[in-house]
Design a binder for this molecule. Structure first.
Ligand code: NAP
Ligand code: MG
Length: 401
């Protein structure tokens, strides 16, 4: 078979620990034998980040803006213990945070569905994608402990010196206070990323806040989404036969549980934090959750939602075989290759990505799986290690090519 050719390279961001091992195995077993893989390679492994004073992360994000599509391996976000373990010059920031800030992106998380792992919610037979706004609200708040009787006010001083004031509460005794903010520009970017992604996936978009109670703050989110939709997206949504739907967060929660899935649910920062863990857990396994960062300009960065699977890596270092699930990392690659194929009109690359995903799903549905899934799956199952799993996928891929 002749190898599939690529015209524009992918930005490849390598990472850490067990996922770095999976990364190489996926490339060796499932990608390079079939594709003349063109990538611009950035090593975001912690050692390299430390050597370059984290310059490499910034360069990788900038390359993503240049080329449009990136695939990223999980990376360590250093804490005090990692600073010691890797003898770091500094406690470098989370690479995902750095990349997200440069791309101004929104993260969309989607579960990979297999028939023999049943979601806890019986009616969910299609994936539910959560889009979480990644700026502001309580994640950038200011808090105060009120110790005694006194008046709390919200004060805004304009550039021109004019002051606007609102009484928050006249405290008779101790209590607590919180101030938070958001930016119209950030909400607009979030809205555009969601509308673009809904068109890209050809799925309905739901958005929910608590605007009946929060008549200015949450209502601004609702209004901005509606304005952006009416001005820029309404015609395209109608042409695609998809819907934009706004409802209150509590109503959304009830509807989501009764739904059969197959839509994108846009959430404010805190709601997205909570709901993405709820949806991920209800679908089964973190190892089956993919993630894509989409910028308002239409740049895409694909990755697995899980971390570097440290516990398995220490087993691997001892020379033990591990049964780490490579599916989410594999889907990061297929997502990126498919997007590259769509952008560059390379139908064989798109077809290859689809066939590779199907081979992975078929493998699991035929009962061959890693340990994490075996605990959850129904029916007959054969537990394999990571390499055996990838080889089983390869055997099915070869048949479908
Ligand atoms: P983790 O790597 O997601 O792993 C947590 C546990 O979940 C694992 O120990 C394992 O459970 C299970 N698990 C996760 N992925 C799996 C897979 N593919 N196959 C099988 N089991 C899987 O989270 P963590 O241990 O909290 O974090 C480890 C490192 O990852 C940290 O340094 C953190 O900074 C980093 N991290 C990076 C990202 C990212 O780059 N996007 C995201 C999160 C965390 P068992 O041990 O029970 O088998
Ligand atoms: Mg969380």
């Amino acid at each position: 078979m002749e190898k599939i050719q690529m015209s524009v390279p992918l930005v490849e961001m390598d990472g850490d620990e067990m996922t770095r091992v999976l990364w190489q195995q996926i490339k060796d077993i499932l990608l390079t034998p079939y594709i003349d893989l063109k990538t611009v390679y950035y090593d975001l492994g912690l050692k390299k980040r430390d050597e370059t004073a984290d310059r490499i992360t910034v360069e990788a994000a900038e390359a993503t803006k240049k080329y449009g599509v990136a695939v990223k391996c999980a990376t360590i976000t250093p804490n005090a213990q990692r600073v010691e373990e890797y003898n770091l010059k500094q406690m470098w920031k989370s690479p995902n945070g750095t990349i997200r800030a440069i791309l101004d992106g929104t993260v969309f998380r989607t579960p990979i569905i297999v028939k023999n792992v049943k979601p806890f919610v019986k009616t969910w037979d299609k994936p539910i994608t959560i889009a979480r706004h990644a700026y502001g609200d309580i994640y950038k708040d200011v808090e105060l402990k009120v110790e005694k009787k006194g008046l709390a006010e919200l004060v805004f001083t304009g550039e021109d010196g004019r002051v606007t004031k609102e009484v928050i509460h006249d405290f008779a005794g101790p209590g607590i206070l919180l101030g938070m903010h958001n930016l119209n520009q950030s909400i607009e970017s979030f809205a555009r990323a969601c509308f673009n992604y809904a068109l890209d996936q050809n799925q309905d978009l739901w958005f929910s806040t608590k605007d009946t109670i929060s008549k200015k703050y949450d209502h601004t989110f609702k209004d901005i989404f509606q304005e952006v939709y009416d001005k820029e997206y309404k015609d395209r949504f109608e042409a695609a036969g998809i819907e934009y739907f706004y409802t209150l967060i509590d109503d959304a929660v009830a509807r989501v549980i009764r739904s059969s899935g197959g839509f994108i649910w846009a959430c404010k920062n805190y709601d997205g934090d909570v709901m993405s863990d709820m949806v991920a857990t209800a679908f089964g396994s973190l190892a089956m959750m993919t993630s894509v960062l989409v910028s308002p300009e239409g740049n895409y960065e694909y990755e697995a939602a899980h971390g570097t699977v440290t516990r398995h890596y220490y087993q691997h270092l001892k020379g033990e075989e591990t049964s780490t699930n490579p599916v989410a990392t594999l889907f990061a690659w297929t997502g990126a290759l498919r997007k590259r194929g769509e952008l560059d009109n390379l139908d064989d690359l798109v077809q290859f990505a689809n066939k590779l995903e199907k081979a992975a799903v078929d493998t699991i549905e035929e009962g061959v799986m890693t340990k994490d899934l075996a605990i959850l799956a129904e029916g007959d199952k054969k537990v394999v290690n990571t390499r055996q799993f990838l080889e089983e996928v390869n055997a099915r891929l070869i048949k479908s090519l």
